[in-house]
Design a protein around this ligand. Structure first.
Ligand SMILES: [Zn+2]
Length: 288
């Protein structure tokens, strides 16, 4: 009987010992592992850092008054894609042809260089030093387009078959119009605006690929065929034969900037542009 009781006590003590060890083992395993992912993975800290240092500007209070028409042109998706971006100028210097180069945070326009009213070339900090010269050369062409848009519009119509319209054609699907990505270098109606039509039929439109989560860098050009009333993801064959495959195809102003900086004389469009550019660059680069 005593032996049985003793056995019961021993078994009981043994069980208690095992039961107590188990949680401690699990506890130390979790405790040992938990801090590791936090110290090994600093990305969340980095992401939180700049956002905390550069709060989004409040309701346009700090915006340059010259930018208000551009900001007013944004669609709801354009505004969403630019939420939290900071375009405050932290440094500025004289640029080519009497322009001004303004340096801004890498968040401005998702780090993409662009131009603004008042002969301003905007360079986000994210653009590496090695790419700045070519980038500024590209933006310099947009400055020339801003200064003398009528000369460019005339060239596009006579030599490239592009005609500007004040808005999209009535039958263009609403989802294309609503998902169009606004571009600071092509939005201005005084520069022709964002609705060029090629050969009286094709409308290139840069659109956000994910309208529910619009990102400036997640966009592509779609082509609306005004004759067939169809949307295509690729430019028409005749367009490719004429223009080739330029890196930016959304608008004649982008085509021209890419082809001049890239010295494109392979395509028929590039040869015509270069013939025109040689005789007109002095005029279009001149300050108004
Ligand atoms: Zn451009």
């Amino acid at each position: 009987m005593i032996q049985l009781v003793l056995l019961g006590v021993i078994i009981g003590l043994l069980m208690a010992h095992i039961w107590r060890r188990a949680p401690r083992g699990v506890e130390s395993f979790v405790g040992g592992r938990m801090p590791a992912p936090m110290s090994d993975n600093p990305d969340p800290m980095d992401a939180a850092g700049p956002a905390g240092l550069h709060p989004a500007p409040t309701a346009g209070a700090e915006d340059d008054p010259r930018d208000l028409p551009w900001i007013a042109s944004w669609s709801p998706l354009d505004a969403e894609a630019r939420r939290g971006q900071n375009c405050l100028v932290h440094q500025q210097e004289p640029g080519p042809d009497g322009s001004t180069i303004q340096y801004v945070s890498k968040s401005c326009e998702d780090g993409m260089a662009h131009t603004r009213a008042g002969d301003r070339i905007v360079i986000p900090d994210s653009i590496p030093e090695a790419l700045r010269h070519e980038t500024i050369e590209h933006e310099r062409i947009h400055i020339a387009q801003r200064r003398h848009p009528e000369a460019w519009i005339n060239f596009y119509q006579r030599n490239w078959g592009f005609v500007f319209h004040t808005g999209p054609p009535a039958d263009m699907p609403a989802e294309i119009i609503e998902s169009r990505r606004g571009n600071p270098d092509t939005w201005d109606p005084e520069m022709g605006g964002p609705w060029p039509c090629w050969n009286g039929r094709w409308w290139p439109v840069p659109v956000y690929k994910s309208p529910r989560n619009p990102k400036l860098r997640n966009a592509s050009t779609v082509w609306y065929d005004g004759w067939r009333r169809e949307v295509r993801e690729f430019p028409p064959e005749a367009w490719v034969q004429f223009f080739g495959t330029p890196s930016q195809n959304e608008h004649p102003h982008e085509l021209a900037a890419v082809m001049i900086v890239g010295e494109d004389t392979i395509s028929e469009a590039g040869r015509r542009l270069w013939t025109w550019w040689r005789t007109n660059k002095t005029y279009v680069l001149r300050q108004r």
